[in-house]
Ligand binder design. Structure first.
Ligand SMILES: NC(=O)c1ccc[n+]([C@@H]2O[C@H](COP(=O)([O-])OP(=O)(O)OC[C@H]3O[C@@H](n4cnc5c(N)ncnc54)[C@H](O)[C@@H]3O)[C@@H](O)[C@H]2O)c1
Length: 312
């Protein structure tokens, strides 16, 4: 069945260029009304221009779609509120939010200033939080919402010189895990994209042949699936060059050490065993771990635990 977004309203941040532009165009081509947000900054977040957002909105309109441009910074709560209320007064709802805006300030941690760390965390993490917060109540009221956070392999696996970026990008998973739980009752689905694409962010890092295959447009179909009506929730979708994979966090079965055995030496001695992947599981929420640990210890100690009361 074909995936369409007719009568759906989408906001895509950082959509003046690169991946965001591709997502905005992709949504519009399948019927969505799109708010094209972009502050029009340089790669390091300096400067500002309305032009990139306006150009993409005009391109969508010229192709027969519906779009408005909005030049707020995702970190400016008042600007974001204004953007959301413009979407609401024009179209009456917000169904989809793709948090994509981002900047880079790469340096080794030794050379990184706190200001460069803070700026990157502000745009990626707080910008995502600010935009998501601005649509959250609307989506709850509608009992419908599709939200994407943009992470990175840098946040999942680490990348030299990107402590600020990696930390901010890893935060997307934490935010997704919790908002997935809190949004489920309202059919708000929250997913994370970990893209790799040829954009101005990466153009100096790779040879031209590699850039040629890593087109942003090859990623957008995955994003469109994530924000579709029957899309998943709590999924980390890795995507690039037409390849799609799912990133998952697993926990090993681990070991139990009784009070008598429990020592740093025993942990050291069994480190390999507690790291063994056999039987590892993806947990669905934090308390699952607590319950599993407590149940295992209680069983070994002959204690009966009361039934579960709530999360923690
Ligand atoms: N290109 C990649 O390989 C890659 C890999 C992993 C993650 N990402 C992430 O994908 C997203 C898009 O990156 P891209 O490669 O298309 O980069 P890009 O630089 O081409 O696009 C980023 C856009 O965000 C806008 N922007 C920056 N700060 C903003 C702010 N405060 N408010 C509103 N707009 C702002 C910029 O003006 C720019 O148009 C980013 O979150 C990036 O971290 C990209």
């Amino acid at each position: 069945m074909s995936i369409r977004f007719d009568n759906r309203v989408a906001i895509v941040t950082g959509a003046g260029t690169g991946l965001g532009r591709s997502h905005a165009m992709g949504l519009a081509a399948r019927g969505a009304k799109v708010v094209v947000n972009d502050l029009g900054v340089a790669r390091d977040g300096t400067g500002a221009s309305q032009t990139p957002a306006e150009e993409v909105a005009n391109e969508i309109i010229a192709a027969g779609g519906e779009a408005i441009a909005h030049g707020t910074s995702v970190t400016d709560a008042a600007g974001v509120e204004d953007m959301v209320s413009q979407a609401m007064s024009k179209w009456g709802r917000v169904d989809i939010l793709i948090n994509n805006a981002g900047i880079l300030r790469d340096k080794t941690f030794a050379k990184m200033t706190l200001e460069d760390f803070q700026n990157v965390v502000d745009v990626h993490l707080m910008g995502t939080v600010t935009c998501t917060k601005a649509v959250w109540e609307i989506m709850r009221q509608q009992s419908y919402g599709r939200i994407v956070f943009t992470s990175s392999s840098s946040g999942l696996y680490g990348n030299f010189g990107q402590s600020n970026y990696g930390a901010a990008k890893a935060a997307m998973m934490g935010l997704m895990n919790v908002l997935h739980l809190e949004g489920a009752k309202y059919d708000i689905r929250v997913n994370t994209l970990a893209p790799t694409a040829a954009t101005r962010m990466t153009e100096e890092l790779m040879p031209p042949e590699m850039l040629e295959v890593l087109k942003p447009e090859s990623i957008t179909p995955g994003v469109l699936y994530l924000v579709s009506e029957d899309g998943p929730s709590r999924c980390i979708l890795a995507a690039g060059a037409g390849c799609f994979a799912r990133t998952m966090v697993y926990e090993t079965p681990g070991i139990y050490l009784s009070a008598d055995e429990n020592s740093p030496e025993a942990v050291a001695a069994q480190f390999e065993q507690l790291s063994a992947a056999d039987g590892q599981l993806p947990l669905q929420q934090a308390f699952e771990q607590t319950e599993a640990f407590a149940a295992r210890a209680a069983k070994a100690m002959g204690i009966t635990l009361p039934p579960r009361q709530g999360g923690g």
